[in-house]
Design a protein around this ligand. Structure first.
Ligand code: PMP
Length: 454
């Protein structure tokens, strides 16, 4: 079987139902079909090379073509390609992986639960929260507080949790036990003249009012990404978690950190929880755990939650939750190889170094551009929000789809970015070097100027 390269675009249009794609765009522009990758670069079927400024979908943290990971997966798939962890069965490599993950947790954690995606990880967390509260005699503590602009997944519950109305309305999703609170979106949502710290206090006050209105005895957990990703690349304002967490503790509400993007070094600390000094009760991770080489999620469960589960085990009976691919051996092998590389290659130090350099170069290149409203982020998560008017922060006309135009101009120059509306984002592989950062910034600045001449 070989794909007819000349017809590949048409075949794609006629056969592949693309996730998160506007069908009209696909039909008008055709797909971009990738074929190979090495380091931070990928090449499409026609031989055009791109610097991948998004590490796939914020996941190929160690870069493409890593022999160490592929070889570990290959060896595992030959040794034992699949077995499961239901009914007390297990697999040696998954046991080793769970142990290695627990060693790396930001706070002492009791157990790891495996799945195959960030979405199923957060679905697992929701069910664990309900399970935990039921076991401790508080079954009514069921609501989940999530934030507008958050992204927690695309399954039914996690899409409802996600704070993007565009993901709710096409499906008339049942919002069920989900309550949303404001995003910590300082650039757009902070009242004029308010400092970041004051804005954090303002959001904390709003959260507390929400909790009191809903009734703390009906609320199970608060979900937060460390830095919001797909909802606009929004880092927390100064003091945000410091203000929020005591309120959750006071009302007996669990804190779930969704570290699907921020975990495994993306912010320059191993976990976002460490960057912001928080002690989560539950952590969802995925993506970087295998550097995107295998679909895998790992949920961390703290002693606080685990002890309730364990001490009620006899009465609770079977834990009726799991996926065929929970604890998949090839995923576990990919994860073990990735974890080893993160340590051996001192990835955190590289992220810190390249992050400082990337932000400095980006600000120098386009910080004064008339259409650049905000450059923000943390570690190797970078967002550039384009505006019509810097002074008033007036947005560009929606119909112009400027973000998409810049994305296309960047692609024509051999750079992959992502457009979240008119915020262009970068989350390159964590192995990116200085010369590649220079290339990313040069190509992006040129693309911005192609679309919006200075
Ligand atoms: N949480 C966050 C923070 C994410 O960014 C994503 C995906 N980008 C998910 C959850 C869902 O992960 P998946 O697409 O693997 O289901």
């Amino acid at each position: 079987m070989t794909l007819d390269i000349q017809r590949a675009g048409t075949i794609d249009q006629q056969s592949l139902f693309h996730p998160f794609t506007a069908i009209t765009d696909l039909m008008a522009d055709g797909p971009t079909i990738m074929a190979t990758g090495k380091g931070v670069r990928i090449t499409d079927i026609h031989g055009q090379e791109y610097l991948d400024g998004m590490a796939g979908l914020w996941c190929v943290n160690l870069g493409y073509g890593r022999e160490e990971i592929s070889a570990a997966m290959d060896a595992q798939s030959r040794r034992l390609s699949f077995f499961h962890a239901f009914n007390g069965m297990s697999i040696d490599v998954a046991v080793e992986c769970a142990e290695e993950l627990l060693k790396r947790a930001p706070v002492p954690m009791s157990r790891v639960f495996f799945g195959a995606s960030g979405s199923d990880g957060n679905e697992t967390q929701a069910k664990l929260i309900w399970y935990y509260n039921q076991l401790r005699g508080k079954p009514e503590k069921k609501k989940l507080i999530c934030r507008w602009n958050s992204y927690h997944g695309s399954a039914v519950l996690t899409a409802s949790m996600t704070g993007l109305p565009g993901m709710h309305s096409p499906f008339l999703l049942p919002m069920g036990p989900i309550v949303h609170t404001s995003a910590p979106y300082y650039y757009r949502k902070a009242p004029e003249g308010m400092s970041e710290r004051e804005f954090s206090r303002h959001l904390a006050k709003e959260l507390e009012e929400l909790i009191e209105r809903e009734g703390a005895d009906t609320i199970g957990a608060f979900f937060a990404e460390a830095v919001m990703g797909a909802g606009g690349l929004i880092p927390p304002p100064e003091g945000y978690f410091e203000e929020i967490v005591p309120i959750l503790r006071r009302h007996d509400i669990l804190l779930v950190m969704d570290e699907v993007v921020s975990g495994y070094g993306r912010l320059g600390t191993y976990w976002g929880a460490q960057m912001y000094n928080v002690e989560p009760d539950l952590i969802t991770s995925a993506k970087g755990v295998t550097s995107g080489y295998f679909p895998m999620s790992a949920c961390f469960i703290s002693p606080k939650v685990w002890d309730v589960i364990e001490s009620n085990a006899a009465a609770a009976g079977l834990f009726g939750h799991g996926f065929t691919y929970s604890a998949h051996p090839v995923g576990a092998a990919a994860a073990l190889a990735s974890l080893r590389l993160i340590d051996e290659e001192n990835i955190l130090a590289n992220v810190q170094q390249q992050s400082d350099y990337l932000f400095a170069q980006m600000r120098a290149a386009i910080g004064d551009h008339r259409a650049v409203g905000d450059i923000r982020g943390k570690g190797l998560m970078v967002g550039i929000e384009l505006v019509k008017d810097r002074a008033t922060k007036e947005t560009l006309p929606m119909a112009d789809r400027t973000g998409r135009q810049v994305l296309k101009a960047a692609a024509a120059r051999g750079l992959i970015t992502r457009a979240l509306g008119d915020t262009l984002v970068f989350a390159p592989p964590l192995v990116i070097n200085r010369a590649e950062v220079d290339e990313l910034v040069d190509k992006f600045a040129a693309a911005v100027n192609d679309v919006l001449p200075a």
